[in-house]
Design a protein around this ligand. Structure first.
Ligand SMILES: NC(=O)c1ccc[n+]([C@@H]2O[C@H](COP(=O)([O-])OP(=O)(O)OC[C@H]3O[C@@H](n4cnc5c(N)ncnc54)[C@H](O)[C@@H]3O)[C@@H](O)[C@H]2O)c1
Length: 404
């Protein structure tokens, strides 16, 4: 056995794939989580959420006896290293919810002892790592502290964990050396920088992506307003033109990270982050724009509408901060009836796809699930992603319907 690791928040979207990957690489891993249903599911070998390839890997590491799962916080004192992957949300003022994080860290620190390594893997407000290190020293504890942010794309964690460079932000050279040695198990290269830079690196990555999506969404709105086809413009912009190769399509930029981390960066810079704040207005305003566009073409007040796909992104079962729910809220106010459907999310209020297709007068695409590829839709569709027309042989194209 090379390492023993306790992952706090170990049954979450970040903690669980990381735990599987580290135990597959030879570490002895204990997953500590306070969500009973997730702990039970993992102990029984069932992934609590969709993650490509994880069902098989979870079964393997459980069978090999290298992975265990518990709700007992005393587990943090029993491993050489503790990795924290708990959620770090923003509050109703879009500021980091630091009190919840502090309380959780207090419980963890109460159970740690000299000589351990503590790694913050959660995305944190800049300065949190140094502040935590101060708290630890005030307690008279000698613990190595590092921030090593997670940068995987949800749903692809096991594929990406071994290939994405690991950012290592140790407070001391010893913390950097030990965190590097642990992440070396995953096989990817490591980049060592000070903790504040590791914290900023993660927030810059997510804010950059969020702003990029906002640029595409703003261009989409401009094109629609002037009767131009955004996707045809985008095709012309990007075809054989390398300087535009990374330009994204329009679509919902929701989910648990991008908005939250952009707002963390804004809060860190004393609410002076004009680009990030503008991106929020554009991305969060997109559902409203789509409904207003639909209202200009159809009498929604007498219509049944359906949203296909409620997850925050395609081929995923995560509804957290999904803009499809915001769309539902706006449509509930504007239309006679709203039907929602999603192949991955269990919700008794949702209807099967065929019911949605059958009963709705107007359809909205909420998430680009593969199940909707090639769908033969003979109703008007509002498809900001331009996904259905790209993947369908239908004779009424959604673009035509939208522009009708
Ligand atoms: N989801 C992503 O794609 C992604 C990517 C990169 C970074 N991150 C960051 O990783 C962190 C975790 O995100 P997530 O999506 O995995 O969240 P999550 O809600 O899926 O997982 C967090 C887990 O922590 C558990 N938990 C919370 N408080 C606890 C406590 N005090 N003790 C034990 N367990 C506790 C929860 O039950 C949950 O299972 C966040 O900071 C997020 O910004 C997420």
């Amino acid at each position: 056995m090379k390492h023993s690791v306790c992952i706090v928040g170990g049954c979450g979207h970040i903690g669980l794939p990381l735990g599987i990957a580290l135990s597959a690489a030879g570490a002895r891993v204990t997953l500590l989580d306070n969500a009973e249903s997730r702990v039970r599911s993992v102990a029984e070998g069932r992934m609590p959420f969709l993650e490509r390839g994880a069902d098989e890997s979870l079964a393997e590491v459980l069978a090999a006896g290298r992975l265990s799962v518990t709700m007992d916080p005393d587990a943090v004192g029993e491993s050489e290293s503790v990795i924290v992957t708990i959620g770090t949300p923003v509050d109703e003022f879009l500021s980091p919810e630091i009190r919840v994080f502090d309380r959780s860290m207090g419980t963890i620190l109460d159970r740690m002892h000299d000589g351990q390594l503590l790694i913050l893997r959660s995305t944190v407000f800049p300065g949190v790592t140094a502040r935590l290190d101060r708290r630890i020293r005030e307690r008279g504890l000698r613990i190595d502290v590092a921030h090593c942010p997670e940068r995987i794309a949800q749903g692809f964690a096991l594929e990406e964990t071994g290939s994405l460079p690991q950012i290592i932000g140790g407070v001391t050279p010893s913390a950097t050396r030990r965190a590097s040695a642990l992440f070396a198990l995953l096989g990817a290269r490591q980049i060592e920088i000070p903790p504040i830079e590791a914290e900023l690196c993660k927030l810059f990555c997510n804010s950059y992506r969020y702003i990029n999506f906002a640029i595409a969404n703003q261009f989409y709105v401009i094109a629609e307003k002037f009767g131009a086809d955004f996707d045809r413009v985008r095709m012309a912009m990007t075809t054989d033109y390398p300087r535009m190769s990374g330009f994204p399509g329009a679509g919902f930029a929701g989910g648990p990270c991008l908005l939250k981390d952009t707002m963390q960066l804004a809060a860190f810079n004393h609410n002076d982050f004009v680009l990030g704040q503008a991106a929020m207005m554009i991305n969060e305003g997109l559902p409203n724009f789509l409904v207003e566009s639909a209202k200009a073409q159809y009498d929604l007040s007498t219509a049944t509408v359906a949203i296909l796909g409620m997850a925050f992104k395609g081929n995923n079962d995560d509804p957290r901060d999904s803009l499809a729910y915001k769309l539902r809220k706006v449509l509930t106010f504007e239309s006679r009836k709203v039907l929602c459907t999603d192949p991955y999310i269990q919700d008794p209020s949702f209807v099967p796809l065929d019911v949605a297709l059958d009963e709705a007068d107007v359809l909205f695409l909420g998430a680009c699930h593969d199940e909707y590829r090639g769908l033969n839709v003979r109703k008007p569709v509002i498809d900001v992603f331009n996904f259905l027309s790209r993947t369908s042989a239908q004779d009424v194209s959604p673009r035509t319907a939208t522009a009708a």
